[in-house]
Design a protein around this ligand. Structure first.
Ligand code: AMP
Ligand code: ZN
Length: 665
């Protein structure tokens, strides 16, 4: 079998599946199959580093850290667009164009104006070479490593592409992915992101590309620049880009005159909220490249293109009152209760006011007429107060000083936007919120118990913290509203079953601020049990991969609280998992103690993972590459020639799998 060909075939196959899934939205294999193939490729690449390719689909997961992004001068300047706001503006524009070109008939390409961060990507010989942010238009930052993690960006092109060109597009965060990211932040008590555009543009400059890879970003393309492209119009260039493998939204359209441009604008002004991502207008481009050349550029923007900005949908309505919500972590959110009003197809009654600063900035007062706007976020926002309609007697809004639920005095930590209720153990929404978090699917996944029942249990004095759940009897819960014998039994059984949930999820379920699913996994894996985490110092914690100071501090605070310790001790007694259970291997020995092995090639009697496990079970160490520290190389079929040479240079014993089995006897 030819390894190199095998690797190349897998890469091509995976590229094709990525394209089907992320560009065409039409996957042809299951996620599971995809992951299997990716894993297979990953293993082969680890084993045969000589076939490394920076554009392999395995490189999509990120893994690079960029401390300082290099400044790069754009080969072709990135211009802005002129804006228009009405049909008249566009007619004036056409008149100006016709003056330059003489009254020739004009076609226009109409595209949506995607609301994200612009990017310029250079391809050479069909391979992604570099990706640069817009910057000031003349020069931007090299963010190649981050862009490569975005699955809809092709690393290798298909078909008949020019040798070298730049392609421009917008990095966007589709609404669904954005909501999901925010949901996860809210779950761990973090502040959600304010809008998809800023989040997308912030993502480009993250130092750790693994983080970028986790975000559901997309890249929508709209412009190609270069020499000898063999393309003669904008519309043609969009089709070409699509054929080379880029994601070019199908909504773009060729218009034969301004009338058709207006139709396009009117249609999308109404329907843009049905799109999976945010748009803030339409971009109209003179279609013919020859015409574009004749028109040229002003100091700032092309004369052949024009943005038409949608009017943000806005209404005015009255602010009836402000209420204050208390979250699971004690964080206070002010909410505006509005006179119900129709906006972008829904009736709006409430809007978030975010925090005290926002209220002060808007100078919003009860009884004010306010302007409400709907962006991509589900909750609409208040843009401004209509001061012309203010009642002169309206009182300045005073932010609450005490918790509306438990009356404790609120705190606001240095540098934080939100006020907090510090009454962690006595404030009902915090207690209920924590228990509700404890039972969620990603945490203890307690069947038969829902959020509303938790509130009922608390209000009926049946539970005061999540450890009380384990003392509930069927007879305790039957008297609750809408609770029958069967559902009461399910509830108690569900709680009992949660004792099998593994430690990492228990740790997440505890609801330690900033400890989300991923962090909980990291901590569980590193420390193995709750007492080790409890005894770790701030410095110890920070040294764990991916744990920053903010998280570490929060963990320390959690365990400093005697009430938390009491609850954990109780949970332990009930049999909840507080350590990782490592399957103990009865065949374990220390026969290989002090020896380091490197495994290379394919084996008959072991899978590579089993082989590594056998080494570790018997006290040996597994090294990832051959070095002076290696004692043995276990060589299988197809061991790479480079490795073989290195091993013999360093005079390291090369043994077969049978030799290895002998060593264990
Ligand atoms: P502005 O930032 O308002 O000057 O608008 C110009 C920006 O719109 C460009 O830099 C692009 O990032 C962005 N844009 C979004 N969609 C398109 C599109 N279809 N064609 C051209 N530019 C677009
Ligand atoms: Zn409170």
């Amino acid at each position: 079998m030819d390894i190199q060909k095998n690797i190349q075939d897998l890469r091509e196959e995976l590229n094709l599946h990525n394209h089907n899934y992320y560009v065409l939205d039409n996957p042809t294999i299951s996620d599971f199959e995809f992951d299997q193939k990716l894993k297979q490729l990953q293993e082969l690449e680890n084993q045969y580093p000589e076939f490394f390719d920076e554009n392999s689909p395995t490189q999509r997961v990120g893994g690079t850290i960029t401390k300082n992004f290099q400044t790069v001068v754009h080969d072709y300047r990135m211009y802005s667009l002129d804006n228009s706001y009405s049909a008249d503006d566009l007619k004036d524009w056409e008149t100006r164009i016709q003056k330059v070109l003489g009254n020739v008939p004009l076609q226009y390409t109409c595209e949506l104006k995607y609301d994200g961060a612009s990017i310029s990507i250079t391809y050479e010989n069909g391979k992604l070479k570099r990706a640069v942010t817009r910057g000031d238009g003349f020069q931007g930052d090299d963010v190649t490593n981050n862009i490569k993690t975005i699955k809809s960006v092709p690393l290798k092109l298909k078909g008949n592409y020019p040798d070298r060109f730049d392609i421009r597009g917008e990095i966007i965060l589709p609404l669904e992915g954005f909501e999901k990211m925010n949901q996860e932040l809210i779950e761990i008590g973090e502040t959600p992101y304010s809008n998809p555009r800023n989040t997308a543009s912030g993502s480009l400059k993250l130092q750790d590309s693994t983080e970028v890879a986790k975000r559901p970003l997309e890249c929508l393309l709209y412009f190609i620049v270069g020499n000898n492209l063999g393309i003669s119009s904008q519309y043609e260039s969009l089709e070409a880009a699509r054929n080379w493998g880029f994601k070019v939204p199908k909504e773009s359209k060729l218009a034969n005159n301004l009338e058709e441009v207006f139709e396009y604008i009117n249609y999308w002004d109404k329907h843009r909220h049905d799109l999976p991502y945010e748009t803030d207008g339409v971009v109209i481009k003179v279609n013919s490249f020859q015409h574009q050349d004749e028109l040229g550029y002003t100091a700032k923007s092309p004369r052949w293109a024009m943005a038409y900005k949608f009017k943000a949908e806005q209404v005015s309505t009255k602010l009836n009152s402000i209420s204050y919500q208390v979250g699971r972590t004690g964080s206070i959110t002010p909410v505006a209760n509005l006179e119900p009003v129709q906006l972008a197809g829904t009736i709006v009654k409430r809007a978030s006011l975010h925090n005290a600063d926002q209220i002060e900035k808007l100078d919003i007062r009860i009884g004010d007429e306010v302007f409400v706007e709907k962006g991509g976020e589900i909750i609409p926002k208040i843009i401004a107060v209509d001061f012309s309609k203010r009642n002169p007697n309206a009182e300045v809004t005073k932010y609450i000083t005490h918790c509306p639920e438990c009356n404790s005095e609120l705190e606001r930590k240095e540098g934080e936007a939100n006020h907090y209720c510090p009454n962690f153990y006595g404030c009902p929404p915090q207690i209920i919120g924590r228990i509700q978090h404890y039972i969620t699917r990603k945490a203890m996944d307690i069947d038969g118990l829902g959020g509303e029942t938790v509130a009922l249990l608390f209000n009926n004095n049946l539970v005061k913290d999540y450890s009380d759940l384990y003392e509930l009897k069927v007879d305790d819960v039957i008297p609750l509203e809408r609770m029958a014998q069967k559902s009461a039994e399910n509830l108690v059984n569900g709680i009992e079953k949660s004792k099998e949930i593994p430690f990492e999820r228990v740790l997440y379920a505890l609801g330690i601020r900033y400890v989300g699913e991923t962090v909980a996994k990291k901590l569980a894996k590193h420390y193995k049990n709750i007492d080790a985490i409890r005894n770790a110092s701030l410095m110890d914690l920070i040294l764990v991969d991916e744990i920053g100071e903010k998280i570490a501090q929060s963990v320390i605070e959690f365990f400093e609280n005697p009430e938390n310790i009491r609850i954990i001790e109780r949970l332990k007694q009930f049999g909840v998992q507080f350590e990782i259970i490592e399957k103990h291997n009865p065949n374990a020995t220390d026969k290989l103690a002090g020896k380091t092995f490197v495994v290379s090639g394919v084996f008959e009697k072991f899978s590579r993972d089993d082989l590594k496990k056998a080494i570790e079970d018997n006290g040996g160490k597994v090294g990832s590459s051959i070095s002076a520290k290696t004692d043995f190389v276990i060589a299988g079929e197809n061991m790479g020639p480079a490795k073989l040479e290195k091993a013999s240079q360093l005079k390291i014993s090369i043994i077969s799998e049978d030799d290895f089995i002998e060593m264990l006897k």
